[in-house]
Design a protein around this ligand. Sequence first.
Ligand SMILES: [Zn+2]
Length: 155
Amino acid sequence: MEDKIRPYGPGKFNTILDSYVYQVSLDGGCDDEIGSVDEGGWFGMMRNGRTIFRDHDPLLETLNEAEQELLTTCAGVIIEEDSQGCVYVTYFTADAELDVAWDALQPDKTDYSCNQCQALMINGVYCHETGCPNTHKLKVDGEWVTPETDESGGE
Ligand SMILES: [Zn+2]
């Protein structure tokens, strides 16, 4: 008996396994995720295929041996859902490959620069130069924004 990775057929997935992995991501959440379908694409990352597999035993029987093998031996997966709702899953054999691919999806991740001064990021906190107008702002998605003051009160 030779099991193969089965194609999903017409639909949003390439393979049966992809649909399984996507379902797991919906149920259990991803280790990390970026973007959203509304903004042109969503990416989710889950580490350790063996864990993905074991956490969701009830669905296990729906996968054949080849599919279980691919999933349990992978270091992790990156799931992409594009703005059309099509889902693509990439399986990585090594943690390093997964990390590189994941970092490549988020070019802003390591951009700690300030557009008004030579800020430094120290232990996760921005240290601006004296007088920098961004000192009390937060960097959100690459934009410096003034934090909303909490006026909702608590009384
Ligand atoms: Zn600054």
